[in-house]
Design a protein around this ligand. Structure first.
Ligand SMILES: Nc1ncnc2c1ncn2[C@@H]1O[C@H](COP(=O)(O)OP(=O)(O)OP(=O)(O)O)[C@@H](O)[C@H]1O
Ligand SMILES: [Mg+2]
Length: 274
């Protein structure tokens, strides 16, 4: 298993009793994060995510989105504030901005490795890995090494690696940026179906406002850093299950897109219309 993917710091803190978090699998309170002596990158960030809920986090480049995800995963110690998980750390999946497959293992073995660590037999793990690769459009490529795959294919292997472990809380940092338009649509739809069916809680970081709306129940907009704060919170009032093509034609879609664009332009100190 890739060290950057699922191996999270030990010892594992006991998850809070479910009633303490309510339906929420994640509660972030007053989160302030900094690097060294620099001013805090983000300040007083607050949000919660319930089981089955998908929250998109958007904001200008460098405002602290990846840092927030790393803090949630326990990879960055907060200056102030807390991250409470309603699941065990091993039920947390993290798809990083840059994929990190093991170059000396085939795609199949990259996916199977985490399953082996989770106690599956070699045969089962390989079969499960192949099934996930096929679901993500990579049937027949399981025997290839990462260097023999395109950037978009590697990204899908990394996604298969995370989803195969059946996370209950999924953190994703620009997961689809390297994919071409058609594959992106297919992979995103597959992911959405899986998330909706399994009731997985998701925090998705993306630069793509359309994607942010199409997938999410709520879009949170982070302002310009340093000391970035959440500047706007928009519920996405579009029923599930969603079809990623049809969702763009929903009457709530275009007005929300315009509002988000306006908010983002303001956050970056510009007034613009798309
Ligand atoms: N290891 C580090 N040391 C010092 N500063 C850092 C470090 N990593 C990130 N930063 C700074 O912290 C701020 C937030 O970075 P972060 O990577 O979280 O931004 P981001 O919102 O994910 O940006 P992008 O959209 O470009 O991925 C930026 O100003 C960045 O330069
Ligand atoms: Mg980032």
């Amino acid at each position: 298993m890739s060290a950057r993917l699922q191996v999270l710091p030990q010892p594992e803190p006991a998850p809070r009793a479910p009633e303490a978090l309510g339906e929420r699998l994640l509660a972030v309170r007053g989160l302030t994060l900094r690097y060294g002596r620099n001013p805090p990158a983000v300040e007083e960030v607050e949000f919660a995510v319930a089981a089955g809920e998908l929250v998109s986090l958007v904001g200008p480049s460098g405002c602290g989105k990846s840092t927030i995800l790393r803090a949630i995963a326990g990879l960055h110690r907060p200056e102030r504030g807390t991250v409470e998980l309603g699941v065990a750390r091993r039920a947390l999946g993290f798809l990083f901005q840059d994929d990190a497959l093991l170059p000396w293992r085939t795609a199949r073995d990259n996916v199977a490795l985490g399953l082996r660590f989770a106690g599956m037999s070699r045969r089962e793990a390989r079969a499960e890995a192949e099934a996930w690769l096929a679901r993500l459009g990579l049937a027949g490529l399981g025997g290839r090494y990462p260097a023999q795959l395109s950037g978009g294919q590697r990204k899908r292997v990394a996604l298969a690696q995370v989803l195969a472990l059946r996370p209950r809380l999924l953190l994703m940092d620009e997961p689809f940026a390297a994919l071409d338009a058609i594959v992106r649509q297919q992979v995103t739809q597959e992911l959405l179906r899986w998330v909706e069916r399994e009731g997985i809680a998701v925090v998705l970081v993306t630069h793509d406002l359309e994607e942010a709306i199409a997938l999410a129940d709520r879009v949170l907009l982070l302002g310009q850093g340093p000391r970035a704060r959440i500047q706007a919170r928009h519920p996405v009032d579009i029923p599930r299950p969603r079809d990623l093509v049809a969702v763009r034609g929903h009457p709530a879609f275009a007005p929300l897109y315009r509002r988000l664009w306006r908010d983002l332009s303001r956050a970056m100190g510009r007034e613009e219309t798309p």
